[in-house]
Each structure stands twice: as structure tokens, then as C-alpha cells.
Design a protein around this ligand. Structure first.
Ligand SMILES: Nc1ncnc2c1ncn2[C@@H]1O[C@H](COP(=O)(O)OP(=O)(O)OP(=O)(O)O)[C@@H](O)[C@H]1O
Length: 532
């Protein structure tokens, strides 16, 4: 146990205490001799680089994995947590990064599903409705109990997950990266809820990569590095810089370093792009955008306002059954917006790279090894071929280089994509797309779930690509990321561009208004081209 941990101990039994927990997956030691004490009625943050072992540790606490060694005490009593039912009975609730809700069930059905009296559906439903109403009032967790989950926003789905845990009378709530998919307003609301739960005496464990959140809401914070717990400190006694250094083992630049852009000729020109989905709902209502060589255009917006559709159309895979119109030109050449000629492979051949928003569904083949994923989408590239055949050795050599340069951990070519941690999966996709040196790079949520050391690295590589004269379209729900990386910012709302701003001339408040559909200030003009 570290000295710092010793300082945090009090006489009362801790809500959770982990003693000497270890867990290996084959050769990977995911957790090594972990000690952790979380006091009752506190919010405890857990931070650490991608692959540091945070999710594994929480999965052990929730009964998903059996530790190889060590002891867990809940409320001072030793407990063997063989499965999640045991964890739930011990008052532990978990809100996962990827929610576990049944999409075509209602909120109410999801909440009672798996709860002890779930077999008796009707009495449970009426009882649950009452409990839900009380919980919703008490913690400002308003959701319509009869709404089908798939119709809820991500923020509301998360509320259902929290309500589900509270319905099961959780005293200890573990949240794994809860704000990764939330808008800033939703994240604020979540924090108010967590503070309310703490005031009730509940204990919260919060896994996050965002040091701002750690500083804002936690009482204590533990830092993991390479499977070990390297520090536990009081939040009031530390700083973001110190935490960053503890996490990564070196000093980290928390701000993007870049010189002003020198935009050249237009690379991407979009005129009057409209799209209606298969159900006839208009998702894009006439988009006009230009991105020039050597500039990063950031698109800010609450997710669900057409950014995903825009990226998919540009990437060459519009939603099935959708109706499209408008013009897209890349390097002056018209690109087909619909039909068979609009496809991702063709776009790649024309010099377009794409880091999709959903790395697991679109960026990777999860059961394929890392080396195969490095070639995914580019398997017909000349350097991967030997006559008509694929040259496996050449692909593997290339993959090894990319894995080393992007510090993918573990640095194993043969590990299946699904067995890398979320952030390392993202690094594989980013390495593949950036190192192709595309004329136009589409980037959706590049640093979602990625640790600060890797964010620093990915941002640096994006800026280098810009400085090499490439055009970059960045979509991110992280306003900080948009503000620090973009040369120009466009805000999307309800399928339209609400306005454009230069980062130096705007504030997060101004952008927030535009994101909510309110245009309070005059728009900036397109920046003057420095084209010779
Ligand atoms: N089922 C598994 N099989 C093999 N290796 C695994 C498995 N689950 C996790 N690992 C490995 O264990 C290590 C710890 O992973 P874990 O998901 O706990 O990290 P993390 O700190 O939560 O990372 P992130 O911040 O990226 O989510 C990683 O090296 C990961 O590749």
C-alpha cells in the first residue's frame, strides 16, 4: 500500500476495500497486487492510461471476472463475488460504457428485468412504476417509464441504467466512462445527480479519462498504471498536471500545440447536401461546407443532429434506403452521393481516410487480429500485394511498425481487436488511417475513451497531417477538443449548419447556444484563401 493510501484511511469500515487483487489474461497482467479503499459517502475517481486495468478491476468487483488472487471487503466484510447477482445483492451497481439495455423494451420493463421479482411481470410493473416515480423525483432522473429505450437519447438511456441500479437498492455505484457519450449539459446534469447520491450517503466510483471531471466532482482519486495502483490521493491536494504525470509516467502537454493554419485550395466542397433516412425523416437539410488544404474544420454539435449521416455519406456508405441529393467534390472532382459508385473502397482510392465514430462497428473487425485490422479497407493497396495474392508478411511488418509508432498496448500483432482495451482499439484505427496520408481525413470522435497521453499523441499527428497540407474534417462532441484543434468551427443543429466561428472569436457558451439551435451572433465569413 502506498503512503498516500495510508493517509486516506479512516476508522469506519470502508464501503469497498480491495486487498492484493491480481488478474492475468494469458501473458497480460491486467491487475497486479491492487489495494484500494473507498470510503462510504464519497466519490472516488479512478484514472489510468488505456489498458491500465481499470475496467478489469471494476469487472472483478462486479463479479464478471474471478481474481487470480486477493480479497474483496464490502462494508468491512470479506465477500466472494462469484457473479453479478452476488454483487447486486451486496449493494453494488454498475453503469457500463456500453449500456446493457434491451433496446425494444420500455424503460419500466428494462428496470425490472433481472430484478428479483421480474418473473411476476404485472405486479412488478405497477410496483416498479411507483418506485421509479419516487426515484425519478428524488434524484431528478426524469424519463418516461413507458417509452421504448431505442427512442431515448444516449443521456436518457444512461439515466435508465442509473435508475436500474438504484431500483436494485445499490449503495455503491460504479460508472465506467459515463460522460464519453454525453453532451456538456447532460454531463453537468449527471454530476448533479452523483452529488445528490453522495449526499444520501451512497458511494460512487467514477472511471474517467477527463481530469477536469476528476477535479470537479471527486473527493479522492486513484491512479493506475500498467496494471498497478500507483497512487491514491485526496483530490483537493493534487492538480491535473500531477495526475497526468502519475498516469503516464512523464509530463504531458494538456494543450494542443499548433501554429495558425495556412489554408490552400479547396479539397472538399459540399453544396446543398440533403438526406432523408429510410423512414423519410430529413437528417440533412442542405449542408454547404468547404474545407481547404491545410486546415482543420471542426464540427461541433449535440450528437444526433446529422453529424453521423454527414460522415457516413462522405465516407461512401450512406444509410441503407436513404434518399440523397446535392453535390460533393473532392479535389475538384464530383463524387457520387448515391448508388453503387458511392462506396467506401472507391473513396479510399481517391485519397480519403476515415476514422469512424463507432470504432467497434465500423472501424474494426473485432474477431480479427490487430495485423489484419491494420489492412482493413486497404487490403488491395499495392504494398500489401504479391501479384494477385496478399502478402501477409508485408502486412504484418507494416502492422508491427504502426503498432510501435502509436504505442498500441500490448504491442501484439496477433491479439484479436476485441481483446485490446477501448483506447488501444482506437489507436489501431487512427494509426491505419493517418499513416495512409490521405488528402482528406474524416474523423469522428477521435479521442473517445482515449487516455490523455494518447490524446496528446493523436492530436499531434492530426496537426502534423494538417501542416502537411491535408484537409481534415473533425466531428467531436468534446467542445474542448473542437476548440483546441480546429482552425474553423461549424456548428450543426437539426441537419443544418447553424453557424461558423473562428476558435479565437468564440466561447463554449456561444457554441453551446448554437448547438441548441440559437444563433446569437453574426456568422464569420469563410476565411480568405491564401491560395497562390
Ligand atoms: N478478455 C480479455 N482477454 C485478454 N486480454 C484482456 C481481456 N480483457 C482485458 N485484457 C487486457 O487487460 C489489460 C487491461 O485492460 P482494461 O480493459 O482493464 O484496461 P482499462 O484501463 O479499462 O483501459 P481503457 O481505458 O482503454 O478502457 C489490457 O492490456 C487488455 O488488453
Amino acid at each position: 500500500m502506498t503512503q498516500a493510501q495510508g493517509r486516506l484511511e479512516t476508522a469506519a469500515p470502508a464501503a469497498i476495500e480491495l486487498r492484493a487483487i491480481s488478474k492475468a489474461f494469458g501473458p497480460v497482467q491486467a491487475n497486479r497486487d491492487i489495494h484500494l479503499r473507498v470510503e462510504r459517502g464519497t466519490i472516488h475517481g479512478i484514472i489510468g492510461e488505456n489498458g491500465a486495468g481499470k475496467s478489469t478491476l471494476m469487472s472483478i468487483l462486479y463479479g464478471f471476472y474471478k481474481p487470480d488472487a486477493g480479497e474483496i471487503l464490502v462494508g468491512g466484510r470479506p465477500l466472494t463475488i462469484a457473479d453479478s447477482q452476488t454483487a447486486i445483492r451486496a449493494g453494488i451497481g454498475m453503469v457500463f460504457q456500453h449500456f446493457k439495455l434491451v433496446q425494444n423494451f420500455t424503460v419500466l420493463e428494462n428496470i425490472i428485468l433481472g430484478a428479483e421479482d421480474g418473473r411476476l411481470l404485472r405486479p412488478s410493473l405497477s410496483k416498479a412504476r411507483g418506485v421509479l416515480r419516487r426515484l425519478a423525483q428524488e434524484y431528478e432522473l426524469n424519463v418516461d417509464p413507458d417509452e421504448v429505450v431505442e427512442n431515448l437519447s444516449v443521456g436518457h438511456q444512461q439515466r435508465v441504467e442509473i435508475l436500474k441500479a438504484l431500483y436494485r437498492q445499490a449503495d455503491i455505484l460504479i460508472l465506467d466512462e459515463p460522460t464519453g457519450v454525453l453532451t456538456p449539459a447532460e454531463a453537468d446534469h449527471l454530476f448533479r445527480i452523483l452529488e445528490g447520491l453522495r449526499a444520501e450517503g451512497k458511494t460512487i466510483i467514477l472511471i474517467t479519462h477527463k481530469l477536469r471531471e476528476i477535479m470537479e466532482i471527486t473527493d479522492t482519486v486513484s491512479v493506475m498504471r500498467r496494471g498497478e495502483m500507483v497512487a491514491s490521493v485526496r483530490t483537493a491536494e493534487t492538480s491535473p498536471e500531477q495526475l497526468a504525470e502519475l498516469m503516464v509516467g512523464r509530463k504531458v502537454l494538456l494543450n494542443v500545440q499548433k501554429t495558425p493554419a495556412t489554408p490552400g485550395k479547396p479539397i472538399l466542397e459540399i453544396r446543398g447536401l440533403r438526406m432523408a433516412d429510410a423512414a423519410g425523416v430529413e437528417r440533412l437539410r442542405g449542408i454547404d461546407l468547404t474545407i481547404r488544404a491545410g486546415e482543420i474544420l471542426g464540427i461541433a454539435g449535440v450528437s444526433g443532429n446529422g453529424q453521423t449521416q454527414l460522415l457516413e455519406i462522405l465516407g461512401g456508405y450512406p444509410e441503407k434506403g436513404s434518399t440523397l441529393s446535392g453535390e460533393i467534390r473532392m479535389n475538384g472532382v464530383p463524387l457520387p452521393v448515391a448508388g453503387a459508385a458511392c462506396n467506401a473502397a472507391e473513396r479510399r482510392r481517391q485519397g480519403l481516410g476515415h476514422i469512424p465514430e463507432d470504432r467497434q462497428a465500423e472501424g474494426l473487425i473485432m474477431d480479427f487480429a490487430a495485423w489484419e485490422n491494420v489492412a482493413f479497407g486497404y487490403h488491395d493497396a499495392p504494398e500489401y500485394g504479391r501479384g494477385p495474392l496478399m502478402d501477409r508478411d508485408a502486412i504484418r511488418r507494416d502492422a508491427e511498425g504502426k503498432i510501435a509508432r502509436f504505442d498500441v498496448r500490448p504491442p501484439s500483432c496477433d491479439l484479436a481487436a476485441r481483446n485490446f482495451s477501448g483506447g488501444n482499439q482506437q489507436k489501431i484505427v487512427v494509426a491505419r488511417e493517418i499513416e495512409r496520408n490521405p488528402d482528406l481525413l474524416l474523423i469522428g470522435q477521435p479521442t473517445r475513451g482515449v487516455d490523455i497521453g494518447a490524446i496528446e499523441f493523436i492530436h499531434k499527428r492530426i496537426v502534423e497531417l494538417r501542416d502537411a497540407g491535408k484537409a481534415i474534417l473533425l466531428v467531436s462532441v468534446e467542445l474542448d477538443e473542437i476548440m483546441s484543434l480546429s482552425d474553423r468551427i461549424a456548428v450543426m443543429f437539426d441537419g443544418r449548419i447553424m453557424g461558423e466561428r473562428l476558435p479565437g472569436d468564440t466561447t463554449t457558451g456561444d457554441l453551446g447556444l448554437l448547438m441548441a439551435g440559437v444563433d446569437a451572433a453574426p456568422q464569420t465569413q469563410d476565411p480568405p484563401s491564401r491560395e497562390p
